[in-house]
Design a protein around this ligand. Structure first.
Ligand code: PLP
Length: 380
């Protein structure tokens, strides 16, 4: 049995809306599906200023522009991160200050952030790794104390909650991804939530080509002109049509991800008990969306041997982020603050198992039994 790492969720309902856009000449101008998606986030997650973008990468760059991050500023972030997080800061000429992760969730270790704050710090950039919230009580306390902005990268966590609060509601600005590898997808797309309303006016200028076009179309200005840096950030109506269908099916899609995640956890727990592997340890009020299932082998050698073993069985398992702080460009774009206690060692142990919406129980059993076989055969 061949098990791919990921297949984009297609529920079958997407076609109808995409068809609608293609058969209605006015759709692209009227942006009906774009409005429906943006309203959906307001109604379902209380994100009253949610806007679609072409990708989470664009959203992160837009966040940095909106916050006026510039040369001489510092932004604190985890080094175990997607490169777009650091690029968004480096593109503005600012410095990335990398902080360690905590190993249970692989999220930034909130207890290590304050030591990295300097008079140059402008923001803290967090990632809700695999759709699990960071410790926002602690992070927001630090941000408030030092007057810093929080950029919450929620690329992984659409539909997830921490207690009663939706992921994406914690940052002054939060970003989302709907690329082909996310639970909820439109092939390629992103979102941005402006939760700090004081930032809205600035945001609209950068979002719409660096102009005051929005106010012009609302009749608030006689003409529009170039006001600041900006770009063509909004998503296309065609992608929004697919996305809206997925949002309508979010309970079904994320529900299946969670069901599969729980099955993996149940089947592989025995290996954790025997001290062979480490599984994620989440707080009881984490209503995550099971974006990915990760486990940790003893060390990099064992992790790579397991990936090879699974590949030979036609199961595609993958490692994840390579730390940014000691990458070729990271060495000049930033610095690591404090001790790298977990970032390097834990990222080398980590592997992700196949997990996708239309994965069958049989496919999951096949993957899990091969992981068990690897450890039974004492390949490590
Ligand atoms: C944490 C994180 N942020 C941002 C991105 C970029 O997302 P996109 O592909 O929508 O640009 C990714 C990509 O997977 C990611 O993992």
């Amino acid at each position: 049995m061949k098990v791919p790492f990921f297949r984009t969720a297609i529920t079958g309902d997407e076609e109808q809306y995409v068809h609608q856009v293609l058969h209605d000449g006015n759709s692209f101008a009227e942006k009906n599906f774009i409005s429906k998606c943006e309203n959906w986030f307001a109604e379902n997650h209380g994100l009253n200023n949610f806007f679609l973008t072409k990708s989470c990468t664009h959203s992160l760059e837009l966040a940095a522009l909106t916050l006026g991050i510039e040369t001489g500023d510092e932004v604190i972030m985890p080094s175990f991160a997607f490169v777009a997080c650091a690029n968004s800061i480096a593109l503005r000429g600012a410095t990335c200050v990398f902080v360690d992760v905590e190993p249970n969730t692989m999220n930034i270790d909130a207890a290590k952030i304050e030591a990295a704050v300097t008079p140059k710090t402008k923001a803290i950039l967090t990632i809700n790794y695999s759709g699990v919230a960071c410790d926002y009580t602690a992070i927001k306390n630090i941000a408030q104390k030092h007057q810093l902005f929080v950029i919450e990268d929620n690329a992984h966590g659409t539909g997830a909650k921490q207690g009663e609060n939706s992921l994406g509601s914690f940052g002054d600005i939060s970003t989302f991804s709907f690329d082909h590898l996310k639970n909820i997808s439109c092939g390629q797309g992103g979102g941005i939530a402006i939760n700090n309303e004081k930032l809205l006016e600035n945001f609209f200028v950068h979002y719409e080509f660096g102009t005051n076009r929005r106010n012009f179309f609302k009749g608030k200005e006689n003409r529009y002109e170039w006001k600041n840096l900006g770009s063509n950030f909004p998503l296309s109506e065609l992608n929004a049509a697919m996305l809206f269908s997925q949002l309508e099916n979010i309970a079904k899609i994320n529900g299946r991800f969670v069901q599969l995640w729980n099955l993996y956890f149940e089947k592989l727990s025995v290996l954790q008990t025997q001290n062979n592997i480490r599984l994620p340890k989440l707080s009881t009020d984490s209503h995550h969306n099971a974006h990915c299932f990760f486990m940790k082998a003893k060390n990099e050698e064992e992790r790579d041997a397991l990936i090879c073993f699974l590949t030979a069985k036609e199961v595609s398992a993958q490692f994840h982020y390579t730390p940014l702080h000691n990458s070729e460009f990271g060495l000049t774009a930033g610095r690591f603050n404090g001790n790298d206690e977990f970032t390097s060692t834990e990222s080398k142990r980590l592997l992700r198992l196949p997990l996708f919406y239309n994965m069958t129980d049989a496919e999951l059993n096949h993957v899990a039994s091969n992981v068990l076989e690897f450890y039974e055969a004492d390949n490590c």
